[in-house]
Design a protein around this ligand. Structure first.
Ligand SMILES: *Cc1c(COP(=O)(O)O)cnc(C)c1O
Length: 389
């Protein structure tokens, strides 16, 4: 029976044991046994897919990967201990000394740090294109460019990159296209369909969706994933079976959660639109978004993150956070619980005003990760806090 990817995310399961359990058991084991020397030889020779050691593979981790591949329409995958180890693994497995990476400055903070602070140690070059200016990307491609790396929508700026256009550009110049799909999740967009070679996630965010575990995953073309697997199996950023078990269960509810997060985000945007305390509001599916048309083309819905710019700048931002009664003040996102953050006074406080502007962070920018509480309660808390700043 041909199944919808969302059905596969519910139904894919490692084979039942003789106990006939309904929910998958947890394989907390570091290594796996062999019947005899020949069996063991064949596994180490890569002649079969037998598990050897949990740094290489584990049934719970494989179940999570198989579901992610179904959701992302990808051939193969590898799961990692965090989103950052997925990103670092992609860089290290495919970029050699002398290679050049093309990206843009509004990538996730730690990704930006790897690129700008550590790449030079390994003699890897990079250029940052202007995110909203397609012509700037092509002009920065060099003979040694190997990879284009993007995030869309971006964190926290909610900028959108046109994946169809970039997919064609990568193909024309024979470059690897790697997409961080953390903010949209495969429920809202599938970068593989636009030509991405590798798609990665911080599974810590919407995929877990309940703020419990760290995790990461990379999916994509089989030969590339095999290279990534060999690199990671030797360097060790593997996902723990326990976290994989949690994340695999989480995928069973990903579609329903994301739809409700989107419902709530849309209702919040409608309630805040034109509010006198705000300069602007940003949401991928709001007509005022600079890349609204592109967002509509490549995403099914606008996602669960909303940002707005408070008129009073940095002081208003802090007052807003202090006035909230229900929303959590925490640096995570993609949780059942609504979260507010103020990048200018926290995650991005070390950047200069110019650098903040370059990544779309104004002093009064507030990022809301819209949760699954009743929407009236979310709106009430945010509106009453706006009155106090
Ligand atoms: C959080 C995040 C990461 C890093 O993931 P961790 O699981 O915290 O290591 C990478 N990309 C984006 C877009 C993120 O939001």
């Amino acid at each position: 029976m041909k199944q919808h990817p969302n059905t596969k995310a519910v139904r894919i399961q490692i084979p039942r044991t003789e106990e006939m359990e309904h929910s998958a058991p947890l394989y907390l084991t570091s290594s796996f046994c062999f019947d005899d020397a020949e069996d063991m030889r064949a596994a180490f020779a890569g002649e079969n897919e037998d598990n050897i050691y949990s740094r290489f593979s584990n049934p719970n981790v494989q179940e999570f990967i198989d579901k992610m591949c179904a959701l992302e329409s990808a051939e193969a995958g590898f799961a990692t201990a965090s989103g950052m180890s997925a990103i670092f693994g992609c860089f290290m497995a495919f970029l050699n000394s002398g290679d050049h990476l093309l990206s843009c400055s509004s990538v996730f903070g730690s990704t930006h740090t790897i690129i700008t602070k550590y790449f030079s140690r390994w003699n890897i070059e990079y250029s940052y294109a202007e995110i909203n200016n397609p012509a700037s990307w092509e002009s920065l491609i060099k003979p040694n460019t190997k990879m284009i790396y993007i995030e869309t929508p971006t964190n926290p700026g909610l900028d959108i990159v046109d994946m169809e256009w970039l997919g064609k550009l990568a193909k024309k110049h024979n470059l690897l296209l790697v997409v961080d799909n953390c903010f949209a999740t495969p429920i809202l967009q599938k970068p593989v369909e636009f030509g991405a070679d590798l798609v990665l996630h911080s599974a810590t965010k919407w995929i877990d969706g309940q703020g419990r575990v760290l995790g990461g995953v990379v999916v994509g073309k089989k030969d590339l994933i095999h290279e990534l697997y060999l690199f990671c199996r030797n360097t060790g950023p593997s996902l723990s079976p326990f976290n994989a078990w949690i994340l695999s269960k989480s995928l069973e509810t990903l579609d329903v959660r994301i739809q409700r997060h989107c419902d709530n985000a849309e209702a919040l945007v409608a309630a805040l639109d034109g509010h006198p305390k705000l300069n602007s509001i940003k949401y991928p599916f709001h007509p005022s978004h600079p890349m609204y048309e592109v967002a509509k083309k490549q995403m099914k819905r606008g996602g669960g993150l909303v940002t707005f710019d408070l008129k009073g700048g940095i002081e208003s931002g802090k007052k807003f956070l202090d006035a909230l009664q229900m929303l959590s003040l925490t640096s995570n996102l993609g949780d059942t619980r609504s979260i507010a953050s103020h990048p200018a006074s926290t995650t991005h406080s070390k950047l200069s005003a110019q650098e903040q502007q370059a990544v779309g962070i104004t002093p009064g920018l507030i990022r809301i990760s819209v949760g699954l509480e009743n929407i009236e309660d979310i709106k009430t808390d945010i509106l009453q806090a706006l009155e106090k700043c």
